[in-house]
Design a protein around this ligand. Sequence first.
Ligand code: 5GP
Ligand code: ZN
Length: 112
Amino acid sequence: MSDCIFCKIVAGQIPSDKVYEDDEVLVFHDIHPFARVHFLIIPKMHIATLSDCTSDQQGLLGKMLLLAPRLAKEAGLDTGFKTLINTGRGGGQEVFHVHIHVFGGGDPVRRS
Ligand code: 5GP
Ligand code: ZN
């Protein structure tokens, strides 16, 4: 997917502030955080939306979801956090490469 921003981040063509990486998943801070901590969990493979996932991605989606509490805790969100998956145009999705928003901790802090 040559015109997908998140595929470019996976490929290292666009820089990102990485939180976690393995062979299947990449996690990085959102460029426009809406909380003090706000990162995105994405699969390395291009899948446009949650609606495009099939049972083939059951394990991958489970892995992504289970990373949320682990990485949220590591980011200092000891008392809890929010998750969000915008799906499709009607769901407010802007980047069509499936991702889980994980955020919490009050007002965003500007990153330079
Ligand atoms: P969506 O609305 O698709 O659920 O969320 C897309 C998110 O990706 C937005 O919160 C936006 O700030 C973030 N985003 C878009 N482009 C980039 C980028 O180039 N780098 C990073 N780190 N985040 C991005
Ligand atoms: Zn992509």
